[in-house]
Design a protein around this ligand. Structure first.
Ligand code: G6P
Length: 576
């Protein structure tokens, strides 16, 4: 065997203009990475070059992903490039698989300078699907806008990358591998780890596992159905919910990660997790949950498939936050939601504050932050001790235990509420609406729209809604009349570092508080996805059909944008 030090090479390359690290990292069709010369290498080098050499040298970096097609190939390249870029130690999930929340947990635990996550989350997998590369920084959360911009700038002028082509890593065997590199004093090490235990340990310190075990496997236990959608959540669901908390093994399905997620999109909503909803319809399960491809997103269903909207989910968890022992210790620092997420959290907080103020003259209001989509904005608030709990309409919720959306955490939060209140999902949800009113919410996705058409539509729409004459305009549909109160292009100033983020969606807010929001998705792999979000508050009519309730606003949204006319579409590709 040749044990001479491995060669480090510098390879010339040419830049690509489109390597922007968005809220979900860089996402492209797999064949872009396969066919464009050094497309992967350029982006990885741009990530490493964005880290100061002094911080990079000898540092620890985490690597893992959702198990999709091409991830292992990409990880082998990342290992070769990390070694050549002075990283001292890589910690990698066995088989290259690690859920996004577990990576966030491990970055913080191992004091890594960051992590590279190979996931395109909810986008399809397989040879004809997508691939995503996301860089998370030392706090465990997605790169800030400033870091993302730096990576993009570097990628636009890159001329060379460093690589150790002879370095062959074994991703299958747990344990440490060391490699000697030429011109290097210290060996480069790779640790292949099973992250489930570290992540489970984190959850054990947040929740009351004994109470959860009683709920899930005690004498009068509830029955559950858990669908990991063949993503990275599978091993965590099996070991934590089945192995430790006692859910029967057959209650967890699709727990083996597959490169193409079994041919379906690993997006936990009623369309793509339809099997879960179907299996719950006859009432044999009290609680159901599906998890996204990288374990960050989740959907909660009650008996007979009762759907809990993600916006309601975070409001209910907020109202019951002290059912989670972790928050009994930390207290509540603040709440947050992304701007397009329904205002259910606001409705709850307004009622609660009003209620407290009636009793305590100088009641301190708990701060509510409204951020652009993307967990990096929440992470900044959490790092500054301003935020405890947050959520997004895109099936994400989490606490400040890590800096990512956390599907399993959200499910354990719901189960903790059920265990404490001894109530069903349905009763918990109905009680919530009775107390605080209900925010009906829907999102229409128009996928694979020509990028220029989508951008032109957004530009024209911005001109229309920001014209002075737009405010006070009235729109009538059937017996409903809405008057525009405010309209703008949403921008956000981070209260911690004062950085300004512009163009985060076009908002129309009506005088009754109803909202229409238009936004281009930042995470799609193919063309543009135009998203319309509709939110309307009701105090009395609590059990209506969401689509029926929101139909007048949907008509108005389409009329103002002329979306169907401009795109040639007759309806959305997806409704959530
Ligand atoms: C990912 C991120 C979320 C973000 C979402 C936005 O899931 O983890 O934090 O909200 O992407 O997706 P979109 O497609 O709406 O830009």
């Amino acid at each position: 065997m040749d044990d001479s030090p491995l060669q480090v090479l510098t390879v010339a390359t040419a830049p690509y203009p489109d390597q922007r690290h968005g809220s979900g990292g860089l996402r492209r069709m797999v064949n872009v990475f396969q066919t464009r010369k050094h497309y992967l290498h350029n982006f990885i080098q741009s990530i490493f070059s964005s880290i100061d050499l002094r911080d990079r040298q000898g540092s620890t970096v985490m690597v893992g992903g959702d198990g999709r097609f091409f991830n292992q190939t990409a990880i082998r390249v990342i290992v070769q490039m990390a070694a050549a870029n002075g990283v001292g130690r890589l910690v990698i999930g066995q088989h290259g698989i690690m859920s996004t929340p577990a990576i966030s947990c491990m970055i913080r635990k191992c004091k890594a300078i960051g992590g590279i996550i190979l996931t395109a989350s909810h986008d399809p997998g397989g040879p004809n699907g997508g691939l995503g590369i996301k860089f998370n920084t030392a706090n465990g959360g997605p790169a800030s806008e400033a870091v993302a911009n730096k990576i993009h700038q570097i990628s636009r002028t890159i001329e060379e990358f460093a690589i150790c082509p002879g370095l062959q890593v074994d991703l299958m065997t747990l344990g440490r591998q060391t490699f000697d590199l030429e011109n290097k004093f210290k060996p480069f090490t790779v640790e292949i780890v099973d992250s489930v235990e570290s992540y489970a340990n984190l959850l054990r310190n947040i929740f009351d596992f004994a109470a959860l075990k009683e709920l899930l496997s005690g004498e009068s236990h509830i029955s559950v159905r858990l669908d990991a959608m063949h993503g990275a959540a599978g091993p965590y669901v099996r070991r934590i919910l089945c192995g430790e908390l006692g859910c029967p093994a057959n209650s967890a399905v699709n727990c083996v990660p597959l490169e193409d997620f079994g041919g379906q999109r690993p997006d936990p909503n009623l369309t793509y997790a339809a099997d879960l909803a179907d299996s719950m319809r006859d009432g044999q399960f009290d609680f159901g949950a599906a998890f996204g491809g990288d374990g960050d997103r989740h959907m909660v269903l009650g008996k007979h498939g009762l759907y809990v909207s993600p916006s309601d989910s975070v409001a209910v968890i907020a109202d019951n936050i002290f059912c989670i022992p972790y928050f009994q210790h930390t207290g509540v620092r603040g709440f947050a939601r992304s701007m397009p997420t329904s205002a259910a959290l606001d409705s709850f907080l307004e009622t609660i504050f009003h209620f407290i103020r009636c009793r305590v003259a100088k009641a301190t209001k708990i701060e509510l932050y409204e951020t652009p989509p993307g967990w990096n904005f929440f992470g900044s608030l959490m790092d500054a001790g301003k935020l405890s709990l947050c959520g997004e309409e895109s099936f994400g919720a989490g606490g400040d235990h890590i800096r990512e959306t956390d599907g399993l955490w959200a499910v354990l939060a719901w189960l903790s509420i059920m265990a404490t209140r001894r109530q069903s999902v349905q009763d918990i949800l109905k009680d919530h609406w009775l107390k605080y009113g209900r925010n009906y919410f829907t999102r229409y996705d128009y996928e694979s729209i020509d990028i220029d058409t989508a951008c032109e539509m957004m530009e024209d729409l911005e001109i229309i809604i920001t014209d002075k004459s737009f405010v006070k305009q009235r729109f009538a549909v059937e017996d409903k009349l809405y008057q525009v109160e405010k309209a703008d292009s949403f921008e956000y100033t981070d209260p911690v570092n004062s950085s300004l983020t512009r163009n985060q969606g076009l908002r129309i807010i009506f005088s009754d508080g109803s909202r229409i929001i238009y936004r281009l998705s930042g995470t799609r792999i193919n063309g543009a996805t135009v998203q319309i979000y509709i939110d309307s508050y009701e105090k009395e009519r609590l059990s209506e059909d969401t689509q029926v309730m929101l139909a007048p606003l949907a008509t108005i949204a389409l009329k103002i944008s002329k979306l169907h006319h401009r795109t040639g579409r007759s309806g959305p590709s997806l409704i959530t």
